[in-house]
Design a protein around this ligand. Structure first.
Ligand SMILES: Cc1ncc(COP(=O)(O)O)c(C=O)c1O
Length: 381
């Protein structure tokens, strides 16, 4: 090991060829505000790319989830079903609305929301006479959740679906893309995502009126007025994306397919380079689709080995991370309800205990990836 080793990041941004041109255009034309041609184009291009009719560009994925829940009618005292194995930003907006989350376990075959656990949750709540308002179904680490089943179950129970694809832009379920199912879909363009606007998000869907209402609420819900008066009937937010950042997004959208190919190649190299080590279980790819492998994730034999590996990685300046800590295990959500995939096992807790995310950047060099694999190999030998 050399003291001079450079850090290897988990998922750094990678700029394509055209971002600067769009950003320069914004400066040259003085469209520096959260309004302008880059936003309009970005929304149209995103909608086209993911196969929906409308998109609303926002300041973050978290803002998109909050706005989406508001648009689906979630308010104080409501129940909202949510995947447990996810980043806290999937669940926090439920509380912003004054609602309470009910968490659902993962299916070990996808790591995304378990359909049997969702069914049990809906049946139990129905027996108790409690109808949840919405379901936040997360497509995790670049894998599309089993959205057709989730949407169908929720529809039968009168529950709206927020297709939370913050981590899964470009992931496929058959011929459709993550985020294009459900009543509304969400993406994040945070700097660590497969493509980025440095910070940003979007709400997408086929209901034009709903998306237009989203634009209204995301710009302080100012009532239309002939003279531009400032009158408000409802509480809005300042959630719109800047025209400068939408320019970055336009350039990044053009290279999405390249980024997916690069991330899948990173995953395949890990799989191949570490194939002789029995102790690693790689995150499965669902049989119904194609994952982007936004992050290359795996399970180690147990928590002790996983933690030992993380320490060794950090010593070598390698930014590996544990898998998300499930929401039902978070002190923040300690009193929330939770349904497991099977009677005997808490799948998301197991994935959390043994799970690891390896550096997965689209520009990860072969030599850096070899350094990562060397640390894995010495830990498991
Ligand atoms: C699953 C998930 N949901 C929501 C978010 C929130 O997105 P943002 O950081 O753009 O607010 C993220 C990532 O940051 C995420 O990983």
């Amino acid at each position: 090991m050399s003291q001079q080793e450079d850090p290897i990041f988990l998922s750094p941004p990678l700029i394509g060829g055209e971002e600067k041109r769009y950003v320069k255009e914004a400066f040259d034309t003085n469209w520096i505000a959260p309004v302008g041609p880059n936003i309009d184009h970005f929304e149209q291009e995103l909608a086209l790319k993911v196969g929906v009719d409308h998109a609303c560009a926002l300041s973050s994925g978290t803002a998109a989830i909050h706005l989406g829940l508001q648009l689906l009618g979630v308010g104080p005292g409501d129940l909202v079903i949510c995947s447990s194995l996810t980043f806290v930003a999937s669940a926090n907006p439920i509380r912003y609305c004054g609602a309470e989350p009910v968490f659902v376990d993962s299916d070990p075959a996808t790591w995304c929301m378990s359909v049997p656990a969702l069914r049990k949750t809906l049946d139990r709540l129905a027996l108790e006479g409690r109808t949840p308002k919405a379901c936040v179904a997360v497509s995790l680490y670049g894998q599309c959740a089993p959205m057709p089943e989730i949407v169908e179950l929720c529809r039968q129970n009168g529950v709206k679906v927020l297709d939370e694809a913050a981590e899964a832009l470009g992931a496929r379920h058959g011929s459709k893309l993550a985020g294009s199912f459900g009543d509304l879909g969400v993406y994040s363009f945070n700097g660590n995502k497969i493509i980025t606007t440095s910070g940003g998000g979007a709400l997408v869907g086929n209901d034009g009126e709903l998306i237009e209402r989203g634009r209204f609420l995301s710009t302080q819900a100012r009532d239309p007025s002939e003279i531009g008066a400032y009158e408000h009937h409802v509480t809005g937010n300042n959630y719109r994306m800047s025209n400068v950042l939408a320019g970055i997004g336009r350039g990044q959208l053009r290279v999405l397919e390249d980024r997916i190919e690069a991330r899948r190649a990173v995953f395949d190299r890990y799989l191949d380079g570490l194939r002789t080590f029995d102790g690693i279980d790689w995150m499965p790819e669902a049989d119904y689709g194609i994952a982007t492998r936004w992050l290359s994730c795996c399970l180690l034999p147990n928590e002790t080995i996983r933690n030992d590996l993380l320490r060794r990685m950090h010593k070598r300046k390698i930014d590996a991370r544990p898998v998300w800590k499930p929401m039902h295990l978070q002190p923040l959500f300690a009193r929330c309800e939770y349904e497991t995939h099977s009677e005997s096992k808490d799948e998301s807790a197991q994935i959390f205990n043994r799970g690891l995310c390896l550096p997965s950047g689209s520009s990860l060099s072969l030599s850096d990836q070899e350094r990562v694999m060397e640390v894995v190999a010495t830990t498991l030998s």
